[in-house]
Design a protein around this ligand. Structure first.
Ligand code: KIV
Length: 273
């Protein structure tokens, strides 16, 4: 008797392209660890982004700048071990690709070899042309990221909506077309007006994935901690909370403390003879 293991169809960059072509929206969430990535994959999320937002939500830094390449690889390899279906994309952290395409390629090769991830994401447009080209030449799929790019927060000064003015909107459109021509398989659009997202998404054949960029993107991404309501203090309007985990985890912890202190945990059924 032979046992037929049910084959799981993996999501690839080509799958995302096909989804855009047939008008099916792409669902993406961030993930940084094995346990949560396993749940997201079981729920059939299309893409898990090992975002450098790990710097904020996992490590408590104010910005994404401090996270290192080694730390991104640690998070990415935990996610990859959990996943059977989703496409896993990893952010190249600040300092690992800007300005020097050789360093960009070396950083990418480390991510791909040491974590087993499927693609990388970089922030920026024309200014990082050489880095993107070199990574693509090595056969690694690249996702772009335009609009609010958190690695440049000290240049912007605030996390407010980008590209509201005509000139910045035009630059963003040019960069989006440029990234598509270079060979990127998709672009994250962060915190830009919905009408601009619509314009860009209609212009491109590669999918756009929005965060705070309105309903017209070809897909959506949220930081998983925001979507689950684990982080309490960050509540911009573009986040929809599907759970209030901060409150329920706090209540569970309080109940545990009460049981331990009251001598109610463990009970007879929870101990060995
Ligand atoms: O790091 C991250 O979580 C991201 C998303 C906001 C797109 O880049």
């Amino acid at each position: 008797m032979s046992i037929h293991k049910k084959e799981i169809k993996r999501i690839t960059t080509h799958t995302l392209q096909e989804m855009k072509a047939r008008g099916e929206k792409i669902a993406m969430l961030t993930g940084y660890d094995f346990s949560i990535a396993r749940i997201l994959d079981a729920a059939k999320i299309d893409v898990i982004l090992v975002g450098d937002s790990a710097s904020n939500v996992m490590a408590g830094h104010e910005t994404t700048l401090p996270i290192t390449l080694d730390q991104m690889i640690y998070h990415a390899s935990a996610v990859v071990r959990a996943v059977n279906r989703a496409l896993v994309i990893v952010d190249l952290p600040f300092g690992s690709y800007q300005g020097n395409s050789k360093i960009a390629l070396e950083s990418t090769i480390r991510i791909m070899k040491e974590s087993g991830a499927h693609a990388v994401k970089l922030e920026g447009g024309k200014e990082i042309k050489e880095s993107i080209e070199r990574i693509l030449t090595a056969g690694v799929p690249v996702m772009g990221h335009l609009g609010l790019t958190p690695q440049s927060i000290y240049k912007f000064g605030t996390y407010s909506v980008r590209a509201k003015e005509e000139q910045e909107a035009q630059e963003l459109i040019e960069n989006a077309k440029f990234l598509e021509q270079l060979g990127c398989f998709g672009i994250v659009l962060e915190k830009i007006p919905a009408s601009l997202t619509q314009q860009v998404s209609e212009l491109l054949t590669i999918p756009t994935i929005g965060i705070g960029a309105g309903m017209h993107a070809d897909g959506q991404v949220l930081v998983v901690h925001d979507m689950l309501g684990i982080s309490k203090d960050f509540q911009p309007r573009f986040i929809r909370r599907y759970l209030e985990l901060y409150d329920s985890m706090k209540q569970a912890t309080e109940a545990y403390i009460k049981d331990v202190k009251g001598g109610n945990f463990p009970d007879l059924s929870e101990q060995y003879e």
